[in-house]
Design a binder for this molecule. Structure first.
Ligand code: NAP
Length: 300
């Protein structure tokens, strides 16, 4: 199946690229391995997307983006892109079901939550260790949980969990948070959030489910849930042997969102120096799509 533009990833960057490319008349396909919306659908509250004044969950905010893209003729398929190669001057994408070709590809594969690296993290995932407060917070109503991390995600999700859980320990490895000052202020003013600075989690213990954690100081804390928000790893698998990456594995792009390869663009969290904000991802998607269409016109 042949398209003008194929977008890999259906988060804010991919959907925005889909809206722009299809509206400009290109035959456009978005391939998304999960549900459209991206990792932001795991966020509990979005309050900084310009023009959206009421606070919304990530899921609510992303709800109409796929419909908007489809309105302009963009196709969206639930398939995972497994391989990307250049063949006879065209990009070829293989999924488990199909093979697609396109003259231009926009990589919008985003990022995945990073593991904190404590003992038991893997075996207790889904049994008390979680990477999504919106998905799992509900299970900890009136219970005690811990949040690990000091960035925007950790603090925002600690605030979200503080409304459900009896108590939230916020464990950070330094004595200063990197989250926005306004979010820090809310955390400092929340009674049932106890901050533990200069500590990491060494180990999680329990039987079938988590019963507690051991900190680097060997202090034991009884918690039933541990929420890990220690940053993201970019999803660069498809291009790691093709395109130029920086030292963090992010795809290098120029101001047109063009990668080191002709006809290949990258947008959103996967690209170099992304500020990892929905508004920026949407902007990247639009930039990549407009420049991909220009490229198609120039290379007919
Ligand atoms: P982040 O900003 O990279 O923060 C990760 C946090 O985890 C840091 O505090 C880091 O500590 C800590 N950390 C890293 N590895 C660790 C480990 N192994 N053990 C314990 N702690 C560890 O990640 P993020 O919070 O996911 O945010 C990612 C990006 O999205 C950021 O640019 C952020 O601004 C943005 N974001 C924005 C919003 C918003 O605007 N509303 C919401 C969410 C995310 P150190 O501080 O010591 O490095």
């Amino acid at each position: 199946m042949e398209y003008d533009v194929i977008i890999i990833g259906g988060g804010p960057a991919g959907l925005s690229a889909g809206i722009y490319a299809s509206r400009l008349g290109a035959k456009t396909l978005i391939l998304e391995k999960l549900n459209p919306g991206g990792q932001i659908t795991l966020s509990s509250e979005i309050e900084n997307y310009p023009g959206v004044c009421e606070v919304k969950s990530g899921l609510e905010m992303m709800m109409c983006w796929p419909e908007q893209a489809k309105k302009f003729g963009c196709e969206i398929k639930s398939e995972e892109a497994l391989q990307l190669i250049m063949e006879n001057g065209k990009w070829k994408i293989k999924t488990h079901k199909n093979e697609y070709t396109a003259k231009a590809v926009i990589l919008a594969t985003g990022a995945t939550p990073r593991k904190a690296g404590f003992e038991g993290e893997r075996e207790y995932t889904g049994k008390g260790v979680s990477y999504c407060a919106v998905c799992d917070g509900f299970f900890y109503k009136d219970r005690i949980v811990a949040v690990i991390g000091g960035g925007d995600t950790a603090l925002e999700e600690a605030l979200y969990l503080s409304k459900i859980a009896k108590k939230v320990y916020l464990i950070h490895r330094r004595s200063e948070f990197r989250a926005a000052p306004s979010t820090q202020k809310k955390v400092f003013n929340t009674e049932n959030i106890e901050i533990i600075y200069n500590e990491t989690v060494k180990k999680v213990y329990g039987n079938e489910f988590v019963e507690g954690i051991i900190l680097s100081s060997n202090e034991k804390i009884n918690v039933e849930g541990i929420f890990v928000f220690v940053g993201m790893n970019v999803n660069n698998e498809l291009v790691k042997d093709l395109a130029e990456l920086n030292e963090f594995g992010e795809v290098k792009v120029n101001l047109k969102m063009q990668t080191s390869l002709k006809g290949l663009y990258a947008a959103g969290d996967v690209r170099e120096s992304s500020i990892k904000q929905v508004v920026a991802a949407a902007g990247d998607g639009a930039t990549a799509a407009i420049n991909a269409i220009k490229y198609l016109k120039e290379n007919k």
